[in-house]
Design a protein around this ligand. Structure first.
Ligand code: HEC
Length: 295
């Protein structure tokens, strides 16, 4: 019942966003210049900085990337992430395991610290030509999305591996950045201790491709429905349809806002199978959500 209410609320909101996107975005963009971005170590706030504060902390660059959400090159004004983290957190960010990026729309990307050490990430805060800081996301049914206050991008011109990953680990509307360990932040998401290797791999893929939007046992992103509690999707969606939800959502629901697992991902069929194995294991591991909303 409460899920139904939140879905109809979501629909009202989406309709509003659709009507609003042409007219209201410049106003939104304006209000965001004074928006405080939170930097947290576990649950403790270390700093709150506005976009103008950030400009005094690190030097901005112009960076050209292949914009996967639009399938074309794009140039952004951006701050190098490692330099910004050094300034805001000091060197202790290197000792964290995971960094969680929370967006204003409920998306929660959780990215291992190691990825920031092996690849160059940037926080984009404007288009290089100062056009409105929005994007038409072709991976999400051409939804027009606001990118500010911060949009996490990667220098994928230099790296084939990053290009192959598609749009994963690229949250926009980032308003909060939190150093943590996966186990402290998401204790309810992990599979049972004796889970098979297939389930464990499925868990890693779920973290990478699904949990930014979806919750399991109340943990993960708040942008899409909970998938496990109290009734798991494996209990009410037939297996062949579950595979289609993951690989080609718009073949199930017209106008679906869910991006399918990208075609380019090597071993896509195997990954889908392993994610479903993880979802099945979680259906026998229901843990009551303690905190529904972590935003
Ligand atoms: C960018 C956000 C996003 C990502 C990433 C995402 N989904 Fe979804 N998903 C949604 C939304 C939104 C819906 C709700 C229906 C719709 O809009 O199509 C949904 C619906 C679903 C449903 C149907 C639920 C129901 O009860 O009807 C399943 C199953 C599902 N997603 C599984 C997954 C899996 C597994 C992954 C990872 C491979 C994933 N999703 C990745 C946004 C996302």
């Amino acid at each position: 019942m409460s899920n139904q209410i939140s879905r109809s609320f979501q629909n009202i909101f989406l309709t509003f966003a659709a009507i609003c996107s042409g007219v209201c975005l410049p106003a939104l963009a304006f209000s965001q210049s004074n928006f405080g971005i939170e930097f947290k170590d576990k649950d403790k706030i270390v700093k709150i900085l506005t976009l103008s504060d950030l400009a005094t902390e690190v030097t901005a660059v112009s960076l050209k990337i292949f914009e996967i959400h639009e399938k074309k090159d794009q140039i952004y004004k951006a701050y190098p992430v490692r330099a910004l983290f050094d300034k805001t957190f000091g060197k202790k960010w290197l000792k964290a395991e995971e960094i969680v990026f929370v967006s204003t729309d409920g998306y929660q990307a959780s990215i291992p610290v190691t990825k920031f050490l092996s690849h160059d990430a940037y926080f984009a805060f404007a288009h290089d030509d100062d056009s409105p800081f929005t994007m038409t996301n072709i991976l999400q049914n051409n939804e027009v999305v606001q990118l500010g206050p911060l949009y996490l991008i990667w220098d994928n011109m230099k790296s084939k591996a990053l290009l192959k990953e598609g749009a994963s680990d690229m949250p926009y509307q980032v308003k909060s950045i939190q150093l943590t360990t996966f186990a402290t932040r998401f204790p309810n998401l992990s599979p049972p201790a004796k889970a098979s290797a297939e389930v464990q791999r499925g868990f890693l893929y779920f973290r990478k491709y699904c949990m930014a939007c979806h919750m399991i046992n109340g943990e993960g992103g708040g942008k899409a429905p909970e998938l496990n509690y109290p009734t798991s999707v494996v209990e009410y969606i037939k297996p062949e349809y579950l595979t289609r939800w993951i690989e080609n959502p718009s073949s199930i629901r017209h106008n679906s806002l869910m991006p399918g697992l990208a075609q380019e991902i090597p071993d896509r069929t195997k990954i889908t199978k392993e994610i479903i194995a993880y979802l099945k294991a979680m259906s026998t591991t229901k843990r009551s959500p303690k905190h529904q909303d972590m935003r």
